[in-house]
Design a protein around this ligand. Structure first.
Ligand SMILES: NC(=O)c1ccc[n+]([C@@H]2O[C@H](COP(=O)([O-])OP(=O)(O)OC[C@H]3O[C@@H](n4cnc5c(N)ncnc54)[C@H](OP(=O)(O)O)[C@@H]3O)[C@@H](O)[C@H]2O)c1
Length: 337
């Protein structure tokens, strides 16, 4: 089989190499997956450049947390899966249910845990979930990190969103466009910010109804609140980080929640006081658990929601897929395996 490896000490894509090796032997409690598609997340770029948590890779590592495929063999003791099942790996290999906890385990595709960019991958049964019947492998491969994060942000907070609520998503990247899809399916009004009017037009076709160009309007928070159906967003999908938080606090509604997700910007005013008068809060999000991944798949099957896939690259062009994503994709970038 073939797989990609990021060499130990990687600081650039020069370290991404494809190698031939034996297929993994399935051990007791594991499932062997023939991977059909993977997707890229912003964090996968940080793993390449050595800027992910923990710094540079200390050993050669198969990259990417997100991949979907077909079970081809199961080890002794496996009860949840059988050959032929359509599955995806979970971002956290050991977080089944309940709140965030220190035992969530390794995250696929970073230091200490090989990821999905390989023709065959063996994972523990607990670290695998069935994918939505209504999605192709390429669509399902967009969900383990970005989709579960978006689901957690919108559906697992203090006030899960409901019909007539307002959600504000920052930018048109992977997490934000999946959040747009989930919020729209739930009957919420969605305000989108972007640096590009053309991308705002594309978001309109996916169901968004409020639009702010944050490049033309750097103080975009009040404008996003005004574009809402109720004076502010019940949930802000905060993928921007320190540089956008002050505006997110302007955009959020009374009794609303800022889902603190991203680190796209590092500098800015993070004074939390604007939340005080509104009784709003900030909730830290770190992807999510297996139950969230299952619930997301079930909701997708009911609603017919389709993840926004910007472009699909062949396996041999994985490095080009990484480069394409850094240029600002609309939704997700996928690699067909
Ligand atoms: N905490 C978690 O569990 C978790 C999970 C997933 C992702 N994340 C984080 O969330 C962030 C987004 O991840 P992703 O995979 O969705 O990234 P992505 O697909 O690469 O999205 C990048 C997009 O973000 C938008 N953007 C960039 N700077 C912005 C700014 N200053 N204000 C508003 N939007 C901005 C741009 O949209 P336009 O081109 O439309 O301007 C850009 O195309 C990253 O920091 C990632 O590490 C965290």
């Amino acid at each position: 089989m073939k797989k990609y490896v990021l060499k130990a000490g990687s600081t650039s894509l020069e370290s991404l190499v494809i190698i031939e090796c034996d297929e993994p032997k399935v051990k007791p409690g594991e499932v062997l997956i023939r991977v059909h598609a993977c997707s890229l997340n912003f964090r996968d770029q940080a793993v390449v450049t050595g800027n992910y948590f923990g710094g540079v890779l200390t050993e050669d590592t198969v990259p990417l947390s997100d991949g979907a495929g077909e079970v081809v063999a199961v080890g002794d003791g496996v009860t949840e899966f059988k050959a032929g099942d359509r599955v995806a790996g979970l971002f956290f290999q050991n977080w089944h249910d309940g709140p965030p906890n220190p035992a969530a385990g390794a995250a696929l595709g970073a230091s200490g845990c090989n990821g999905m960019l390989a023709e065959y991958v063996a994972l523990p049964e607990r670290g695998v979930v069935k994918i939505a019947d209504s999605l192709s492998y390429e669509e399902a491969a967009t969900l383990p990190c970005a989709g579960v994060t978006a689901w957690n942000a919108l559906m697992c907070g203090r006030n899960p969103i409901k019909v007539g609520d307002c959600v504000c998503v920052l930018g048109t990247g992977g997490v934000s466009m999946l959040a747009l899809g989930i919020a729209h399916a739930a009957g919420a009004h969605v305000v989108v910010t972007s640096s590009s009017d053309e991308k705002l037009e594309r978001a309109k076709k996916l169901g968004a109804s409020g639009f702010v160009n944050y490049r033309n309007t750097p103080q975009w928070g009040p404008e996003a609140a005004a574009a809402s159906n109720k004076g502010g967003a019940d949930v802000v999908v905060e993928v921007g980080g320190a540089g956008t938080l002050a505006q997110s606090m302007q955009a959020v509604n009374f009794n609303g929640e800022i889902a603190l997700i991203g680190v796209l910007t590092r500098d800015g005013d993070t004074t939390p006081h604007p939340l005080m008068m509104k009784g709003s809060s900030i909730r830290g999000i770190f992807v999510g658990n297996k139950t969230m991944a299952r619930d997301l798949a079930a909701a997708i099957d009911v609603n017919g929601m389709k993840p926004a896939v910007d472009k699909v690259f062949p396996f041999k062009e994985a490095a080009e897929a990484y480069r394409y994503q850094t240029r600002g994709a609309f939704g997700k970038v996928v690699i067909r395996v």
